[in-house]
Design a protein around this ligand. Sequence first.
Ligand code: SAM
Ligand code: SF4
Length: 325
Amino acid sequence: MTGILDSFGRSINYLRISVTDRCNLRCIYCMPPEGVPQMPHGEILSYEEIRIIVQAAAELGINKIRLTGGEPLVRADLPKLIKMLSRIGGIQELSLTTNGTLLKNYALELRQAGLSRINLSLDTLKPDRFRYITRLGRLKDVLEGISAAKKAGFDPIKINAVVMQGINDDEILDFARMTCEEGCHVRFIELMPFKGMAEFVPSVEVRQRISLLGKLEPCPSITGNGPARYYRLAGAKGTIGFISPLTELPFCSRCNRIRLTPDGRLRPCLLGEDEIDLKMPLRNNASTEELRRLILKAVASKPEHHHLEGGNARPVKRKMSQIGG
Ligand code: SAM
Ligand code: SF4
């Protein structure tokens, strides 16, 4: 088994890195309309600092890296970071979560730099609604980004949709059909109550609605790859996943990840407040051994589970865009 065993027997092999707190959108569930105060540039880890942390994590058994944000593609020269990380021994998968708005400019360069996979966040297929949800974006840019990514060889494209009652839940079947017609993988995510802007839709209800299209067969081969549960409609090339932090218990028993914030703090849990600072030690010339010790400390302090059950909002010091989702 790869990874680092935590106190509850989970194997942690996945590091999600938020490379920036900046974003070109203001999604209603993620940020206030005016955005959030930006971290000073000097507080944000340099690419070389990220590389050193990933090297230390890889030596411990982390073999999957995902770059996220904010919007990772607003950070200058992202392909350069991808190239640097792709050369680190032991990293088997290097992926990106993006809102897709800038993808058409970068898809080919990202592929050539060594990016393995792209997850695209897309909550609606309707232009006006896209503008309402993201406040700033144009659906057209994302669709062009998807085409560019396909052309560059990213296949399949994975789409993550946050389902919000009365806002986009009437599009569940449209997204599900994309797994048949376009072979996309689609994952439906339960809205986490960071802002209380909309009501979440329980995954069980999303599944029931999709069953109008046919029977959903479980795909056990891709479970064990994080917190999603996967299914397939008969004959579909793509899969349908459900990420159910609010209604699936014990959701956290399959958690395999830790997170690194743009300002260099390791977060053992997305929804917990604990953080372990790596930036200060790094900037004080900590040895790789010291970094490895801090990473092990973060893994050892992963809580058994979060406390969002029942849809209870919980205050957190950082916004999603400052952690990486
Ligand atoms: N900007 C990139 C994007 O949107 O893909 C990466 C960062 S974003 C914070 C990562 C993921 O977090 C997105 O898929 C987004 O939909 C999800 N997210 C943000 N706020 C959320 C919330 N309150 N509940 C569920 N998912 C959320
Ligand atoms: Fe930006 Fe992603 Fe948050 Fe939307 S979900 S505001 S695209 S960071």
